[in-house]
Ligand binder design. Structure first.
Ligand code: AKB
Length: 337
């Protein structure tokens, strides 16, 4: 069986590196990557080609390739996007639009539904104030879609663009014999934590930053209050979810945008777990009002019933398994070296 051609943008980022490894393990894909940065040596041998540069200007180059699947991960994350809003809009929206146009063109031209996998975010939600967040509890996909950040607005809008290109582009669905349209699928990710890589530019970064600092024996001042609570997930579960959604049968999917959930915890609980594992750790709290405001607008927890029903989503790592079976053994091994 010939291998499917997959494009992974943002491949040098946290999700990108882990996804390339996950795809490569299956042996079923020819992996082409792109990123502003060179690919780290740990993943370079797993790919057929890496295109380095700004996606918005590089996308034309990809019209020569025959992709079956596109994972569009390149993005400017929430904290960074808030200080460079115009640039974030260009990267997050223009980059996505260019790739959607490419996928739409390929789908129609070659009469195949190019799959377009998009990592959206809990940043697509937005509560007017903390009281509303606490009262809401677990939110469903169509609730509270009022993001407070440029990044959240970009993600929500790109979800809509993906749906448009999948269903209505050029109003072609009204043709008697409509052409093939691309197959858009998105996951709203919570904060992700990897034992191998560090996030940069996000606002959920306090979780992984705190744990990595504690493991390295460095002091850490957490930029949100101890009571701040949002959902988090182990990176291997995030990759599992992307691969599961990629493989899900289209007839089973009742929506294009899915929440997924693993565990929620407060910053104080993160600290408690870090102190238990690394008793000498120095972790203090020094909230930054802007970053605090962003996390206060995100849900404490999300309802992932649709993902569970439609494509059998279940995380492997709840909070205990995350610490005991994934993060702590891996990070100890890493920093002991
Ligand atoms: C961020 O903090 O911006 C991201 C996210 C939650 O999408 N990690």
């Amino acid at each position: 069986m010939s291998r499917k051609a997959v494009l992974v943008t943002g491949a040098a980022g946290e999700i990108g590196q882990a996804l390339v490894q996950g795809l490569a393990q299956t042996g079923d894909y020819e992996i082409i990557t792109s990123d502003l940065m060179p690919l780290p040596e740990s993943v370079r041998p797993l790919t057929a080609e890496h295109v380095q540069g700004d996606l918005v200007y590089r996308v034309k180059q990809f019209y020569d390739y025959d992709f079956d699947i596109i994972f569009h991960l390149a993005a400017s994350l929430s904290s960074k996007a808030e200080v460079a809003t115009e640039e974030a809009h260009r990267i997050n929206v223009e980059g996505t639009m260019q790739l959607l146009m490419l996928a739409a063109f390929k789908s129609e031209r070659y009469d195949k539904e190019v799959k377009f996998l998009f990592p959206s975010s809990i940043a697509a939600y937005g509560f007017p104030d903390l009281a509303a967040k606490l009262a809401a509890g677990r939110v469903r996909e169509d609730e509270w879609n009022w993001p407070h950040t440029m990044y959240g607005c970009n993600k929500l809008y790109c979800e809509k663009l993906g749906m448009y290109y999948s269903l209505y582009h050029g109003q072609k669905h009204l043709n008697p014999n409509p052409p093939r349209m691309l197959d858009f699928r998105a996951i709203r990710f919570p904060g992700l934590v990897s034992a191998y890589t560090m996030p940069s530019g996000g606002t959920s970064d306090y979780g992984p930053e705190m744990l990595h600092a504690a493991a390295r024996g460095e002091p850490y001042a957490c930029f949100v209050r101890p009571d701040t609570k949002i959902s988090f997930m182990a990176m291997p579960d995030a990759i599992k979810a992307l691969l599961m959604l990629m493989n899900a049968r289209r007839e089973r999917l009742t929506r294009m945008i899915y929440n997924i959930d693993a565990f929620s915890l407060t910053a104080a609980e993160f600290r408690e777990r870090a102190m238990r594992a690394f008793p000498g750790a120095e972790i203090t709290f020094d909230p930054n009002p802007r970053r605090q405001g962003i996390v206060d607008s995100w849900p404490e927890d999300v309802d992932d019933a649709a993902a569970r029903a439609d494509w059998d989503w279940r995380p492997d790592f709840d909070i205990d398994r995350f610490f005991e079976e994934y993060f702590l053994p891996e990070i100890r091994r890493r920093y002991e070296k």
